[in-house]
Design a protein around this ligand. Structure first.
Ligand code: UD1
Length: 388
């Protein structure tokens, strides 16, 4: 389904130049990266009169449940998408191909100057590939991250997207090193900071007014927050069962709250994996952005396999135990609060015990994670556009 709600032509007599940008969102971790870009574009338009940036948002529909999508548009004050492609779930090939077919129609209809894609999900590679083949410039926000684990679908998406993008916006130094090693010319690469952290900084005051902790009968810094959705942890029911048993054992000491991703929920249901004491190990539906931020900020520690949460906990200086054997975000370990424990749950248990006994490292906030990444991105794009 395609809905075009705005015609740029009506503006053409008001401005000297118009730059049309389509930003793509598809899956939950994309929304908080595009929201600050949208805000920065709005700010640019309010402060400048010689160039107007016409910003359209295209939602591929990779994530479609209300609590994985709509809720984030509300929490992040994003306008309804101009285009909704409604592709839904499917195998990698089906999902990627459907997005490409539908996105090509959008590009044909709009002929934008630039497409902005973020992160590493299937929507990212599908839309960048479609745009580049149509001769449309592509900006990749969160470029250069590498886990060096090619069994992760996201790693393939990152490598491919970076190799065809025109502007690569990098969040941490490892990204600069990776892109240099891969032969990406320096003039395409910009170290701008982290848009996900822009959102966090912007919405922290709102998260502080949230009642979510009281609603779940939790006490500040007296609970563990968990998220798990990586195929390596949840697709094998035996592995998932082992992890749930580990979480149950932790919940004897501190309450554990676990908002369950649909992928994880499906596997739990299909294999009848149930929790014995739901008042100590609390399973909930996925939560909105503001509620989740509030939980993260008040947790004694977070256990996760997410990418973004490693960064958010680093910024918040909350210890994070990552159940993965690699991370594409090494700054969260080198300077942040992240502990990579691999698949070894005994090691995870030891680190959790250490953290709960007060021995965790405090960490520092990485360079340029200051809430201004999106503004830097917009100024760079404007400058480049004006030169063309
Ligand atoms: C995707 C991204 C992953 C990101 C994650 C965040 C890829 C390859 N993976 O993984 O990088 O960390 O999003 O959540 O792009 N489902 C629903 N409702 C939804 C969405 C999904 O029920 O709104 C279920 C479907 O059964 C689907 C499964 O979850 O098959 C997995 O969804 P999918 O988008 O394929 O991948 P994620 O695991 O969410």
């Amino acid at each position: 389904m395609i809905i075009n709600i705005f015609q740029v032509e009506s503006l053409s007599h008001l401005y000297y130049k118009i730059m049309k940008i389509i930003s793509v969102v598809g899956a939950r971790p994309n929304f908080m990266k595009i929201a600050p870009v949208h805000r920065a574009i709005h700010k640019y338009n309010t402060l400048h009169s010689s160039l107007f940036i016409h910003h359209l948002i295209c939602h591929t529909g990779q994530h479609y449940d209300s609590n994985m999508s709509d809720q984030f548009f509300n929490d992040l004050e994003l306008p309804s998408p101009d285009y909704y492609l409604g592709v839904g779930s499917g195998t990698h090939a089906v999902q990627t191909a459907k997005i490409m077919v539908e996105f090509e129609k959008v590009l044909n209809a709009e002929n934008p100057d630039l497409v902005i894609i973020v992160g590493d999900v299937n929507s990212t590679i599908a839309c960048s590939l479609t745009a580049v083949k149509m001769g449309i410039k592509v900006a990749h926000v969160e470029a250069g991250l590498r886990s060096f684990d090619r069994t992760m679908p996201e790693e393939i998406n990152r490598i491919l997207t970076d190799s065809i993008s025109d502007f690569l916006f990098v969040t941490e130094k490892s990204g600069l090193d990776n892109l240099k090693r891969e032969g990406v010319p320096d003039n395409k690469v910009f170290f701008v900071g982290n848009c996900m952290i822009d959102s966090l900084i912007h919405y922290l005051p709102k998260a502080e007014t949230s009642n979510v902790i009281n609603n779940f009968l939790l006490l500040p810094f007296d609970f563990i927050l968990v998220t798990l959705h990586r195929p390596s942890n949840v697709d094998d029911p035996y592995r998932l069962k082992e992890i749930l048993e580990f979480l149950c054992s932790l919940s004897n000491d501190q309450k554990v709250i676990f908002p369950v991703h649909p992928r994880t929920r499906n596997i739990m249901e299909a294999n009848q994996l149930q929790i014995t004491d739901p008042s100590s190990l609390i399973l909930t539906e996925p939560l909105g952005y503001i509620e989740f931020l509030s939980l993260m900020k008040n947790a004694s520690l977070v256990i996760t396999d997410s990418g973004g949460i490693q960064e958010e906990t680093t910024y918040l200086q909350i210890p994070c135990v990552t159940l993965r054997s690699s991370t594409e975000r090494p700054v969260t370990i080198d300077v942040g609060t992240n502990y990579l424990v691999g698949e070894d749950l005994d090691q995870a248990d030891r680190i959790v015990t250490e953290i709960l006994s007060g021995k965790s490292r405090k960490g520092q906030i990485p360079k340029l994670w200051d809430g201004k990444a999106a503004e830097r991105i917009v100024s760079i794009l404007v400058e480049k556009f004006k030169k063309n």
